[in-house]
Design a protein. Structure first.
Length: 102
C-alpha cells in the first residue's frame, strides 16, 4: 500500500521535494537532481524547485546547467534577491575555473 496513491498530487510532490532536499544535504547531488526533476513533472513552474536543481548543479561545478535553472527560476520569480545572488556567484565561480583544453 502506498502512502500517497496519487503520484500527480501536491502531497506526492512535497514528499519528493523533501526527499530531494535530504539527498542534496547528504551531497548526493545526482540523486537530488533526479528527484527534483520528478517534482517538475508534477509542477513545472515552481521557482523553488528550479533553484534547487540549479544549486545542485552548482555544487557539482556544472555552472552552465546551474545558470540555466537559475535563469528559469528568475523568469518565474524575478524579484527574488536570493536567485540573483546565486546567479552572480555561479558566474564568478565559472570565471574562476580554468578552461579545459580541447
Amino acid at each position: 500500500m502506498s502512502l500517497c496513491p496519487d503520484q500527480n498530487s501536491s502531497t506526492y510532490e512535497s514528499i519528493l521535494l523533501n526527499l530531494a532536499h535530504c539527498y542534496r544535504k547528504m551531497k548526493d547531488f545526482e540523486k537530488s537532481i533526479e528527484l527534483y526533476e520528478k517534482c517538475l513533472t508534477i509542477s513545472p513552474n515552481k521557482a523553488q524547485t528550479l533553484v534547487a536543481i540549479g544549486f545542485s548543479f552548482h555544487q557539482l561545478g556544472e555552472f552552465e546547467k546551474a545558470l540555466d535553472y537559475y535563469h528559469r527560476a528568475h523568469f518565474l520569480k524575478n524579484d527574488d534577491s536570493m536567485i540573483e545572488s546565486l546567479v552572480k556567484r555561479a558566474l564568478e565561480e565559472n570565471l574562476e575555473c580554468p578552461m579545459m583544453d580541447l
